[in-house]
Ligand binder design. Structure first.
Ligand code: SAH
Length: 396
């Protein structure tokens, strides 16, 4: 096994059990390793930190599989890690029995570069690092064994793969997808999941519990759902007794799915739902110009700041939509606002939202601080994992 030798003094983050070794921390590689191969990570004085996956093309030059110098990284290692990850979900009372569930959440589950989401009988796998890619077969076999699923569909088409020198890969890698459209039930609402062409792995599972909260807060309210995708928040709002729900997204296919979701849920008053294919920034301005007002507004935009270097431009975009959000609220109205940008921390996000409230001339108070559901855990040593943050605010 090749040895990755760290620059002197560059072991600090590893001592905190942070799993990444950046290019600038690497003194040299002793021996030969191909992308994804396991290397031993050692300090310049010879102290051994553990085993990592080597990724020569990435700025993250190595990702730790374990902080144990003796561990063997083999099929059995992945079988164990995958089984533990699946078992943790099964043992959580809020997660057990969910048919839409994140089974593996990358670094925070000890499997850097591995995402696995379960939608009924199908597991969708996304591999985003050279190490994860190398162990594809072991990970797929472990998932099949741990879940008994009928099919594993690979959606390794995320842009971040190119940073690791990996080409996109998609397709069924175990079994076959069911003929009919795949659906899951989330807090009593049936939702279609397009694992082949939908965003990410097909569905934004991280917002599951926040969608439920929206439902609970929606009774008797007029709701505006911005960036609605397939209508997750919208349908929960209807289920919770909203008077009306206007949902906006720029994706035509997502809105078509949203309309099918209404049909899938005949128990809901679908006639109260209105869908608008539009750019949210423009739509918010138009709603303001038309003098429209709402009692509850959801803002769940895409990642405006993938990394800290995009934070400035992203901050303006967040400020903009939140300012309009506040201006469009009736007195006593609720704004549920999110950021899934890794580059914008909770503190900064709260500051941006506070700035928007003050520009809008409203007093607002935080009712709930929101985060991803517990099947998206955040490793304490990996704060980058805490990408989704949200605030539920009520205006005076
Ligand atoms: N709230 C959704 C997830 C939102 S993901 C849920 O609960 O499932 C972000 C969505 O924003 C995507 O559906 C994408 O199509 C949409 N989007 C991105 N940029 C947009 C824009 N400028 N205007 C409108 N929608 C946009």
């Amino acid at each position: 096994m090749a040895k990755l030798v760290l620059q002197p003094g560059k072991e600090r983050s590893l001592l905190r059990r942070h799993p990444w070794v950046f290019a600038g921390s690497v003194a040299r590689l002793e021996g030969r390793a191909r992308p994804g191969d396991t290397v031993e990570v050692v300090a310049d004085d010879g102290r051994v930190f553990g085993r990592a996956a080597w990724s020569p093309q990435s700025q993250i030059r190595a990702r730790m599989w374990c902080f144990d110098g003796e561990a063997v990284i083999d099929h059995a290692f992945f079988k164990r890690r995958v089984a533990e990850s699946v078992a943790r979900r099964a043992a959580h009372p809020l997660l057990a029995g969910q048919d839409g569930l994140r089974l593996i959440h990358g670094e925070s589950d000890g499997l850097p570069g591995v995402i696995a989401d379960r939608f009924g009988e199908v597991v969708v796998l996304q591999l985003t690092s050279a190490g994860a890619d190398k162990w594809r077969d072991a990970i797929i076999a472990a998932l099949v064994q741990a879940t008994g699923c009928q099919a594993v569909y690979e959606r390794s088409d995320s842009d971040v793969r190119s940073l690791e020198g990996l080409a996109p890969v998609t397709g069924c890698v175990h079994g076959a997808l069911p003929e009919e459209r795949l659906t899951i039930v989330e807090h009593g609402v049936r939702m279609e999941v397009d694992v082949v062409a939908g965003h990410k792995t097909g569905f934004y599972l991280d917002q599951r519990d926040n969608r439920r909260l929206t439902g609970l807060l929606s009774a008797g309210r007029s709701v505006l759902n911005c960036f609605c995708y397939t209508g997750g928040f919208s349908l929960q709002a209807l289920a919770g007794g909203a008077n009306s729900v206007l949902s906006i997204d720029s994706s035509g296919p997502a809105l078509e799915t949203a309309r099918r979701n209404i049909v899938l849920n005949p128990q809901l008053p679908g006639e109260r739902a209105e869908w608008q294919e539009d750019d949210v920034f423009e739509a918010l301005r138009a709603l303001r110009a038309a003098g429209r007002r709402f009692d509850l507004i959801v803002l769940d935009p895409p990642k405006f700041a993938p990394s800290a270097s995009h934070a400035d431009r992203a901050a303006r975009a967040y400020k903009d939509i939140n300012l309009f959000g506040f201006r469009l609220l009736n007195p006593g109205g609720i704004l549920m606002t999110y950021s899934c940008s890794g580059g914008i921390g909770l503190e900064l996000f709260q500051k941006i939202v506070a700035g928007a409230a003050s520009d809008a001339g409203v007093d607002a108070r935080i009712l709930h601080r929101l985060a991803a559901a517990p099947d998206h855990p955040v490793g304490l040593a990996v704060p980058e994992g805490e990408y989704l943050k949200g605030l539920a605010l009520q205006v005076g």
